[in-house]
Design a protein around this ligand. Structure first.
Ligand code: UDP
Ligand code: MG
Length: 332
């Protein structure tokens, strides 16, 4: 990392060690925006007088952003460039940013100037009020109606139903987090938009503030309608994790027992019919039902047991506690 703790004379910045606020920006082919972006962020942070760092993550750009970002990082003390080896996607780029961030507060935003760096101090103020996650709400979103706004309205509604986190705009990249919360979260797929939901599962206090949004001044959006489907798949994962993560056996085991119980019940009825009444049951649809219920029951039950093992590995291999402590108060 080319990252020097000494302040260069030409650029006033509040970099000190350790920085208190880390701004992370995923960058994929955003050459024209970079310089404006970095200086706008620096200007905005200067008004807070907090020591900060900007971490630009180059996500395998092919338009010269990489060289540009490197040169900028060499000339500024408040900018750290993390260059990924290839294009991994926005979520992975953000995860890299979270890993390199040293601040207690982490703010993410897009590199394309659609988010307004001048909103950052308000996000910080909310975090300082005691919230763990502050999510931006693009009240006046400037994106294509048909391919972006409508799918996003539906997705936001669905996400709110599933996660019980009542915010309006999950997709907004401008968000602020307490670093300790992010530290042990793993991100996959398009999961970055679910960070508030994942944080909520960890007991975080979440709020939202309206933020500005602008049309993209340079370059093109990296996404289209296809993302909606990926987001829905991730939502399914989240729903599943929320429901079953700690005790899968409760769900699958009970369903399995229920199914087997029904199978035994209907099976007994058929046994009575055959042996007590002497009727032929070979071609009765109920017989098929009994077989399916019994098989499904065994399957569900063993699936629950397997899931239980997998979950244990999941928690224990990562040393994850099954609870989170906000504070501990003692007198000594
Ligand atoms: N981005 C990235 N890797 C990718 C795609 C996007 O780092 O594979 C970055 C991109 O440079 C931008 C942010 O993620 O800073 C959001 O991308 P974009 O503006 O295309 O998304 P939109 O605002 O249209 O949802
Ligand atoms: Mg954008």
């Amino acid at each position: 990392m080319n990252y020097s703790p000494t302040l260069s004379k030409d650029i006033a910045s509040n970099v000190q060690f350790p920085p208190q606020v880390s701004i992370i920006v995923p960058i994929y082919n955003e050459r024209e925006s970079l310089e404006h972006l970095v200086s706008a962020i620096a200007r905005s942070l200067m008004t807070t007088a907090l020591p900060y760092e900007i971490i630009g993550i180059d996500d395998g750009s092919t338009d010269g952003s990489t060289a540009h970002l490197k040169a900028l990082a060499e000339s500024r003390t408040d900018l750290c460039a993390v260059i990924l080896r290839r294009n991994y996607g926005q979520t992975a780029a953000m995860a890299a940013g979270f890993n390199y961030a040293q601040g207690d507060l982490i703010i993410s935003l897009d590199a394309d100037l659609q988010n307004d760096p001048d909103d950052i101090p308000r996000v910080i103020a909310k975090l300082e009020e005691g919230y763990d996650v502050v999510s931006g709400w693009r009240k006046n979103r400037k994106d294509a109606t048909l391919t972006r706004l409508i799918p996003s309205k539906i997705a936001n509604w669905l996400i709110a139903q599933v996660t019980n986190v009542r915010i309006h705009d999950y997709g907004c990249s401008l968000k602020g987090y307490r670093a300790e919360l992010i530290a042990d979260m793993n991100l996959y797929g398009e999961l970055h938009r679910f960070l508030p939901a994942l944080a909520f599962m960890e007991g975080a206090k979440i709020t939202e503030i309206p933020v500005n949004h602008y049309p993209r001044p340079y370059g093109n959006s990296k996404y289209g309608l296809g993302r909606t489907l990926r987001v829905l798949m991730d939502l399914l994962t989240i729903w599943f994790m929320q429901k079953f993560l700690t005790r899968p056996m409760h769900v699958f085991g009970s369903l399995g027992l229920l199914s087997m119980g029904l199978g035994v019940l209907v099976g007994s009825y058929l046994t009575v019919v055959k042996f007590a009444l002497g009727e032929d049951i070979g071609d009765r649809p109920l017989l098929l039902l009994v077989i399916i219920l019994l098989l499904a029951g065994v399957q569900l039950f063993s699936f629950g047991l397997l899931a239980e093992l997998v979950i244990r590995t999941y928690y224990e291999s990562q040393g994850k506690p099954i609870y989170r402590v906000r504070e501990v108060i003692t007198q000594s």
